[in-house]
Each structure stands twice: as structure tokens, then as C-alpha cells.
Write a protein that binds this ligand. Structure first.
Ligand SMILES: [Zn+2]
Length: 391
């Protein structure tokens, strides 16, 4: 009960800071003595701090409360098909660190992706320790299905080896005292949008995240929709063009095969002749953005075509799940100025006058899944998993 109330107060201060003890009591229905005791507890745990007195109210000056930015840090690491991203935030959600690294890919030698994640996690934790911050939690955003214990499996048609991230992190971080959680990238991207994006608190929301691979995180009625085995949101393998190119899953014309980054690069930069398979698409993405920004007709045409095909996928999701908004994330957010008009036009053409679904671009960092990972640790605080005392 007390833990629940501590979490209620913490959540109230996050959304209403700066606020007084009286504000908390008035809005939460807890009595003033209880609020006072809970606040004392949260001050002792260094989760809250007092910002001083305000005179701008009737009666006695009140001491105002806000979240303590020190001494904690929450960490999110995204394992994407071609790169890793690490983000650390403080308790207020303020960004402390953003690192991006290329890696050898998910189809390489067994254990390599896991080792790369564990090594990056170790470096971020060391950096936070050097800044005298205590890690509240570390979440790894992984593609595929995450099993209890931190194993990651992929849908059978992808024929991709499973990853043992949980064990690699446990070893690499030397049995940490904080929680290490593995969660699907798309679900974490959706959490980041639902908790802190421009469409925050929209109860029916889909985060459609693009990159080399495409996935959807679905929030329905304010809760993550996972499906029976946790494979919900495999939007990348919706067939949007039956005459389209073969997908890595073996089928033809999947959304990912026609609107993923490799397809866009082939369409927009046909003269690119990579020596060997591309492992990190960041330079190509940068080149496409620069050319489109200069109004290059071929590249903007390729983006419009990609947007049209993406719009087909969005309209399928809209028909099936009736979201209020679809938020485009990942590289789709970076390319949104050119993709979005075509996506919206395709959606309108396919459901004239009847769809209430809006499509927007994520305003979060393009690496929303890593941010969502960091936010998950903060979210867990507000569900009552509080640190015992400040370190
Ligand atoms: Zn496919």
C-alpha cells in the first residue's frame, strides 16, 4: 500500500512539478499527513528535492517539490540490425548520454551481437559510475520475441539464430544489483511515444519503426498489445505488393522488402555499388537526406514511392487495429518531410472519408527504442519498484 502511494506521489510530481505537498494531497485524495510522510520518504531516497518557497498562493508560503535529477541514471540500449544505440537519462528524463555504434549484424557469428551489446552496456555503466550516478535499471531493446530470462527468438520464417542476451549481460555486467530487462524494440518505441512523445497519453497508438527492418509497437487502450506468443507487431512482413521483390523472410513484396532502408537505398541511389554487403546504413541515409533537402527530383521521387508503399502498410494497420495515431519512428522519422505526404495521401485514398487515424512523425530522437528502454526503468519506479536508499 505504502509503495503504491509512494509511486502515486512520484508520478504526480513528474507530471505536475513544481508542486507543493498541498497540491499532491488535493489531487491524489491522500490526506495531508500521509503525503507529508511519503514526501519525506522520497526526499530521503533522493528521488525528490525541494526547490524553495513560493509566495504566490493564499496562506502560508509552500515548499515546492520537483524530481531530483541526481544521483540516478536509467539506461536504454537498442540492438538494431546494423547498429547499437545507448541512451542514458536522469530521473527527470533529461538526456545524459547518446552513443551510436555500428556492429557486425545479427546474422554473424554466434555470440557476437550479444558480446557487442554487453560491452557497450559495460561502458555506459562505467561512465555513469564515474559521474557518481547510481543505475536504476538497464533495458536492452531487441528485435524479435523476448522470452523470460532474456533470450531472443525470431519468428520461424526468418530462420535467424536466437540470441542469448540475458546471459551475456549478466556475465558482462558482473551480476548487477539493478534490474536488467530485455524487451522488444518496437514495444519500447511505443512506450517512448506513449510516455513522452508528441502524442503522449493517446490510448490507441502505433509506433511504426523503420530502418533496415520494420516493426510496430501497438498500444491499445493504454496497454501494450503483445499477442499470444509476443510476436504481435510484425508489420514489416505484411504483404503490400504481391509483385514486389523477395523479402528476407522468403515471401514476396513484404512492407520491409519495399519500404525498408535497403529498398529505399536501391530506389534512391541506384548508382551506389557497395563493395560487399552494407552493414551500417547511416552514410546512405545521410546522403539521401542531403539530396532530398536540395530538391533532387530522383531522390524525392524515390521517397514519394516509398511513402506510397508505406501508406499501404499503414492503411492495413489502421483497418485492423483502428488506432488514433500512427507515429513513424526510426529512419522513417528522419525522412518524414518527404515520406509523410505520400503516406497520408495513400491512407486517404484507401479509406476515403472513413479513417480517423492520423499519421505523424516521431519528435523523439530517431532512436526511440533506446529512449523507451531508458524510460522503462523510470516507468518501473512509478509502478512501485523504488530503490532502497540513495547510493
Ligand atoms: Zn517478409
Amino acid at each position: 500500500m505504502r509503495t503504491t502511494n509512494l509511486a502515486v506521489v512520484l508520478r504526480f510530481v513528474r507530471t505536475h512539478a513544481p508542486c507543493s505537498r498541498a497540491d499532491i494531497a488535493a489531487s491524489t485524495g491522500l490526506n495531508k499527513a500521509t503525503v507529508s510522510s511519503l514526501v519525506t520518504d522520497l526526499l530521503e531516497r533522493r528521488l525528490l528535492r525541494e526547490t524553495g518557497l513560493t509566495e504566490n498562493r493564499i496562506g502560508r508560503p509552500a515548499s515546492m517539490l520537483t524530481l531530483q535529477s541526481r544521483p540516478y541514471a536509467a539506461i536504454g540500449i537498442e540492438l538494431a540490425a546494423d547498429h547499437l544505440v545507448a541512451i542514458a537519462v536522469d530521473l527527470t528524463g533529461e538526456r545524459l548520454l547518446t552513443w551510436r555504434r555500428a556492429h557486425a549484424g545479427l546474422d554473424g557469428a554466434p555470440g557476437r551481437a550479444e558480446a557487442a551489446v554487453a560491452a557497450l552496456a559495460g561502458r555506459v555503466v562505467a561512465k555513469m559510475a564515474a559521474e557518481q550516478r547510481r543505475v536504476l535499471g538497464l533495458t536492452v531493446a531487441a528485435p524479435g520475441l523476448v522470452a523470460p530470462g532474456g533470450g531472443v527468438r525470431f519468428p520461424p520464417h526468418l530462420a535467424r539464430p536466437a540470441l542469448d542476451l540475458g546471459a551475456a549481460l549478466e556475465r558482462g555486467l558482473r551480476h548487477p544489483e539493478y534490474d536488467v530487462v530485455i524487451e522488444s524494440s518496437a514495444n519500447l518505441a511505443a512506450l517512448a511515444e506513449y510516455r513522452g512523445g508528441a502524442e503522449a497519453d493517446t490510448p490507441h497508438l502505433i509506433a511504426l519503426v523503420g530502418g533496415v527492418e520494420i516493426g510496430a509497437g501497438i498500444v491499445a487502450d493504454g496497454r501494450a498489445l503483445r499477442g499470444g506468443r509476443g510476436f504481435a507487431g510484425q508489420a514489416g512482413h505484411l504483404q503490400v505488393d504481391c509483385a514486389g521483390p523477395r523479402c528476407r523472410c522468403g515471401r514476396q513484396g513484404c512492407l520491409e522488402a519495399v519500404a525498408g532502408l535497403p529498398a529505399l537505398v536501391r530506389r534512391a541511389l541506384p548508382d551506389t555499388a557497395p563493395d560487399g554487403p552494407i552493414v551500417d546504413y547511416a552514410p546512405e541515409l545521410e546522403r539521401i537526406t542531403a539530396l532530398a533537402g536540395n530538391g533532387d527530383a530522383h531522390v524525392t521521387g524515390a521517397l514519394a514511392e516509398t511513402g506510397r508503399l508505406l501508406g499501404r502498410g499503414v492503411s492495413m494497420l489502421a483497418e485492423l487495429l483502428d488506432p488514433q495515431v500512427v507515429v513513424l519512428g526510426g529512419s522513417f522519422a528522419t525522412l518524414a518531410p518527404w515520406l509523410l505526404p505520400a503516406v497520408q495521401a495513400e491512407l486517404a485514398a484507401r479509406a476515403p472519408g472513413e479513417t480517423a487515424c492520423r499519421v505523424t512523425a516521431s519528435t523523439l530522437h530517431p532512436d526511440g527504442a533506446a529512449l523507451g528502454g531508458a524510460m522503462l526503468a523510470l516507468d518501473r519506479l512509478e509502478s512501485g519498484q523504488l530503490p532502497a536508499s540513495a547510493g
